[in-house]
Design a protein around this ligand. Structure first.
Ligand code: SF4
Ligand code: SF4
Length: 358
């Protein structure tokens, strides 16, 4: 008996990126010889065949309305060659094949209110998670934090005055996307969730909520005759992992949801292993719409790094050289008991806090 014909899957996913690439990039794919940095915000790549391409980078607010997108595309059509790409840090990059197009493109971008920069040893655009706009669990507005901070760091984006590039990130909950970088500003919950027992049975799949807790602090319970959950508050580490699958376990709180700042996260490279960021400031007010306290600490860390870091040292290299005690001394940030990992599972992760290294 013949087999029934297999049904071919419908392919979906990313389209082939080559069709969107500048022709110079397509022609020289895999054959780039070197690159230069003529000025902040501009890169020049030269291929083995002698072809050149200039890339002009401008910051955007990442969450873009259609009018801004059209404006950016119109600038690309008029002043560049009609090719753009977005970087993972929400910068837009225009590719052009002639040096004389660089200046008019930069002028057009700046006249339209966009900031050109973010290359080489600058403070790059802050990458951030969704915030209040379109996630269901944020404890702060990550994109708002970015706007407030980049307003203050705009000159560090425009110029290249840091020892090396600085990648900053913000994340609006403690458990999911984002939040790793040279400097990371992350939400920090400081109290266990408050449970609305009337809603738990209707809304939550209780076994999966119990399974979700990393320290086994959640138990099934009968409250007012209804199936619900209870939290052992002595065990709870206030991570917020129970809140997404069970919204009646509200952990966001106007007063007790704070910010923490972590520094020194970096990927591995040819010279070193990956480094994990470590907590350097905690309990910072989550204070919209400008978050001045968190911004002040980030600026303080950047200023000391700028003055004390040696050429090409990333923040983690700088701290590795001077040591954590000197980091706290130079930045003036207090080292408190909250910096010490005292969770009982920490015997595997002691290396994660700033008081001990091995
Ligand atoms: S970091 Fe958390 S709250 Fe923010 S967008 Fe990601 S999942 Fe949502
Ligand atoms: S906040 Fe985290 S530790 Fe606390 S009960 Fe929820 S999942 Fe468990």
């Amino acid at each position: 008996m013949s087999q029934p014909a297999m049904r071919p899957p419908i392919e979906s996913g990313c389209p082939d990126g080559f069709q969107y690439m500048h022709p110079v990039m397509r022609r020289n794919f895999g054959a780039w010889k070197y690159h230069e940095h003529p000025r902040p915000g501009v890169l020049l790549h030269v291929s083995e065949f002698g072809e050149k391409i200039w890339t002009v980078k401008a910051g955007t607010q990442r969450i873009l309305d259609v009018f801004t997108l059209r404006k950016l595309c119109d600038i690309g059509d008029e002043y560049a060659d009609g090719y753009v790409r977005f970087t993972i840090r929400s910068n837009i990059e225009y590719m052009i094949d002639a040096e004389e197009k660089v200046e008019p493109l930069i002028n057009a971008l700046e006249e339209a209110g966009f900031i050109v920069g973010g290359t080489r040893n600058s403070v790059s655009m802050i990458s951030h998670t969704q915030g209040w706009l379109h996630c269901d669990i944020p404890g702060t507005d990550a994109s708002g934090v970015v706007k407030a901070m980049m307003d203050e760091l705009i000159d560090e984006f425009r110029t290249c005055n840091m020892p090396n590039r600085v990648h900053i990130t913000t994340s609006c909950c403690q458990i999911n996307c984002g939040g790793q970088g040279d400097i990371a500003i992350n939400v920090q919950h400081t109290k266990p969730p408050k449970i609305n027992h009337d809603l738990v049975a209707n809304v939550c799949e209780r076994p999966s909520v119990v399974a979700r807790c990393p320290v086994a602090a959640i138990r099934p319970a009968l409250v007012n005759g209804k199936p619900s959950l209870e939290v052992d508050e002595k065990k709870c580490i206030c991570c917020g992992a129970c809140y997404p699958p069970c919204p009646p376990m509200q952990i966001n709180d106007a007063e007790h949801t704070k910010f923490a700042i972590w520094v020194g996260g970096n990927h591995s490279n040819a010279r070193g292993k990956p480094t994990f960021q470590k907590l350097v400031a905690s309990g910072i007010p989550n204070n919209p719409p400008r978050w001045p306290e968190a911004t002040a600490i980030v600026k303080r860390i950047l200023k000391v790094y700028q003055e004390d870091g040696q050429d090409w040292e990333r923040i983690n290299d700088w701290i590795e050289r001077i040591g954590w005690p000197a980091f706290f001394e130079k930045t003036g940030l207090p080292f408190t008991r909250y910096h010490i990992e005292n969770w009982r599972g920490a015997r595997n992760t002691l290396n994660a806090s700033t008081h001990i290294r091995f």
